[in-house]
Design a protein around this ligand. Structure first.
Ligand code: OXD
Length: 315
């Protein structure tokens, strides 16, 4: 691919929430032939490619040479959210290691609730010796809300541990050993059997705020929530109300409506909520750099880029 390259790609790293110098380091360590600018360095305007994570809206529209926008992760929601986004391809990172990292986080979260580590941690704090009955993994149901590539990897990893796994997606999907549900019609049935619900949905207009009081009320009493999708999927106040009323056992949250999570958020110190700072899985920056480089080179050679998103569906 690279020997056909017409010119050295000029890549601008743009974010309003992340220090993007880690990506500069990754490009440099990989010795890839690119010119890099970090927004708001003066020359970022001239770049051919924007590598964006929560880029300030309108900034990419001010880049006259822009031919490609690339995410540094799987999600494209923060890019499609820009109302002035230029009409160029928008691509995601697809990384099997990243999906496996998501599976590790999901497994840890499921074990927290299934093996009642939340209860044991509380017992330790109170020096209480309590030995609850153990439930077999095969009798414990994990529901994956959002059954795309990452959802499938997570589902297979949990299945390999003998959990009873079910998945829900907008359109029908089939996978051996996993009960699948699709569409609004089957959502209630899907939710009604989940001991733990894991959200891995993409963020779109249709999924924003989907985890609200109504959805949570359709989970069985004592179920738990793991949100590894986007903070905007969850109505945080509805979650706290469902936990405080005793309907839900607790939650593990890796993503939030506003990141970083505000210091005064009640989620931090709620005894039944476990907060992590959007670390469920981070793609290896060198792999990200090499996928961006491949796509930048393709675009400059008039070839279709790999892993493009679809602005109509929003992912
Ligand atoms: C992603 C993420 O989009 O980690 O990849 O949030």
């Amino acid at each position: 691919m690279s020997n056909k390259q017409a010119k050295t790609p000029h890549i601008a790293l743009i974010s309003s929430t992340l220090d993007m110098s880690f990506m500069k380091v990754a490009f440099e360590k990989s010795a890839l032939d690119v010119r890099l600018s970090i927004y708001p360095d003066e020359d970022f305007h001239a770049a051919d490619v924007a590598v964006a994570w929560n880029a300030p809206h309108g900034v990419m529209a001010s880049m006259p040479n822009l031919k490609l926008v690339h995410s540094i992760g799987a999600g494209l929601d923060n890019i499609f959210a820009d109302p002035h986004l230029p009409d160029v391809p928008v691509c995601r990172v697809v990384d099997s290691e990243h999906a496996l990292g998501m599976a590790e986080y999901a497994i840890w979260s499921v074990l927290l609730f299934h093996r009642e580590m939340d209860r044991h941690l509380q017992n330790v704090a109170e020096r209480r010796w309590e030995r609850p009955d153990q439930i077999s993994a095969r009798d414990y149901t994990v529901g994956i809300l959002g059954f795309g590539t990452i959802g499938l990897t997570v589902a297979k990893s949990l299945r390999a541990m003998n959990y009873n796994v079910r998945g829900w997606a907008r359109s029908p999907k089939e996978e051996a050993g996993i009960t699948t549900y699709s569409g609004a019609d089957q959502l209630t049935e899907f939710l009604s059997g989940c001991d733990v619900l894991i959200c891995l949905l993409p963020l779109t207009a249709a999924t924003r705020g989907i985890i609200d009081a109504d959805l949570l009320s359709q989970l069985p009493r004592g179920a738990a929530l793991v949100n590894m999708g986007r903070g905007e999927h969850l109505v945080e106040a509805d979650l706290l109300a469902a936990i405080d009323s005793g309907h839900l056992r607790g939650a593990v949250l890796d993503v939030f409506q506003k990141e970083p999570l505000a210091k005064d958020s009640p989620l931090w110190d709620h005894p039944k909520v476990f907060v992590t700072p959007h670390i469920a899985s981070m793609p290896n920056p060198k792999d990200v750099a090499s996928q961006i480089f491949e796509n930048a080179t393709r675009i400059l050679n008039d070839l279709e880029p790999l892993n493009p998103g679809d602005r109509n569906s929003g992912y």
